[in-house]
Design a protein around this ligand. Structure first.
Ligand code: GA4
Length: 334
């Protein structure tokens, strides 16, 4: 009898070209939230890249460090203990390597958690059960959500929308669909020998919500696609900054602005030596929220580029797609 060993799991994870120094996105737009002019700078960055870095946010290093060290402690447990916090589908809790429901794989493990109306981790998911970890995450989520709301208010101001809370209210309304994700990308030394290649940590995708706010430890790995016009998009590496937040425009915000803001394509490349830990807050609206261009943003005679849909409809459609699919395509008016 021939016994065929299961292929090592890394065989199922696509490879990417390892980033080099020349791929570094030195020109990442930096917005100081504490200074006048932030609103204008945010709108500019959202139009050009759908991505920017936030400093001057006022979140204490303590809040970030405590959440990070508790996360490191959680992920250093034995797999059997972590599995007790899962499976991640449907969809909340601990997950490892499998992303979504349709066969995407990445070199990571994660916690996917729901955030309730009062900005705490939802009690409907018992994971993580450790009280110190939960408390640290709750403190962090409350702080990062405030940053997200300030950014959404600044966007409305920069876009010239009269009601300052037009966008932020969508993620503070009762029943808003807020999600929090803790990602751990272990180093992938198996690939050290394969010259120039790294495992995909999280494959290329856009985020479906309005806005995502990310913070990572000092290990790089995040890349964004710079719009290439007629040419192919160029992937650039975002230098890590553990004291800053990085904001992504999501698909829903692209639609609300009728394409003026870009939903940024991004991915994570695994480091061969160091682990990366990241936290991402995803601000989504209630399921019944209609996602359509804000009337204030439509010029005379300008029509929506998209068919009408609710966030619930978009989310349902998103979960049927593969990570790298263009999810908005089926909602574009031809
Ligand atoms: C991308 C943004 C968030 O991480 C997420 C992801 C979700 C998941 O991991 O379950 C999705 C992905 C994300 C988009 C398409 C679908 C759903 C995996 C996937 C293949 C939590 C989200 O909301 O959408």
């Amino acid at each position: 009898m021939v016994v065929v060993a299961n292929p090592p799991v890394v065989d199922q994870i696509p490879l990417l070209r390892s980033p080099g120094p020349r791929d570094s996105f030195a020109a990442v737009p930096v917005v100081d939230l504490s200074r006048p002019g932030a609103a204008r700078a945010i709108v500019d960055a959202c139009e050009r890249f759908g991505f920017f870095k936030v400093v001057g946010h006022g979140v204490s290093a303590d809040t970030m460090d405590r959440a990070e060290s508790e996360a490191v402690r959680f992920f250093s447990q034995a797999l059997a203990d972590k599995d007790r916090a899962g499976p991640a589908y449907p969809p909340f809790g601990y997950g490892s390597k499998r992303i979504g429901l349709n066969g995407d794989m990445g070199w990571l493990e994660y916690l996917l958690l729901a955030v309730d109306d009062s900005a705490s981790l939802s009690d409907s998911c018992a994971a993580p059960s450790n009280a110190a970890f939960r408390a640290a995450l709750n403190e962090y989520v409350a702080a990062v959500r405030k940053v997200a709301l300030r950014v959404l208010e600044a966007m409305a101001e920069g876009l010239g929308i009269a009601a300052a809370d037009t966008l932020s209210a969508m993620v503070t309304e009762q029943g808003s669909d807020q999600v929090f994700r803790v990602n751990h990308y272990p180093p992938c030394p198996a690939l050290q020998g394969l010259l120039g290649c790294s495992a995909t940590g999280f494959g290329e995708h856009t985020d479906p919500q309005l806005i995502s706010v990310l913070r990572s430890n000092g290990t790089s790995g995040l890349q964004i696609a710079l719009p290439g016009g007629a040419a192919a998009a160029r992937w650039v590496s975002v230098p890590s900054d553990r004291d800053a937040f990085f904001v992504n425009v999501g698909d829903s915000l692209q639609v609300l602005t009728n394409g003026r803001f870009r939903s940024v394509k991004h991915r994570v490349v695994t480091n061969s030596l160091k682990s990366r830990v990241s936290f991402i807050y995803f601000g989504g609206p209630p399921l019944a929220q209609r996602i359509a261009p804000l009337p204030e943003l439509l010029g005379e005679g300008e029509e929506s580029l998209y068919k009408e849909f609710t966030w619930g409809e978009y989310k349902k459609a998103a979960y049927k797609t593969r990570l790298g699919d263009n999810r908005l395509a089926q909602f574009e008016k031809k």
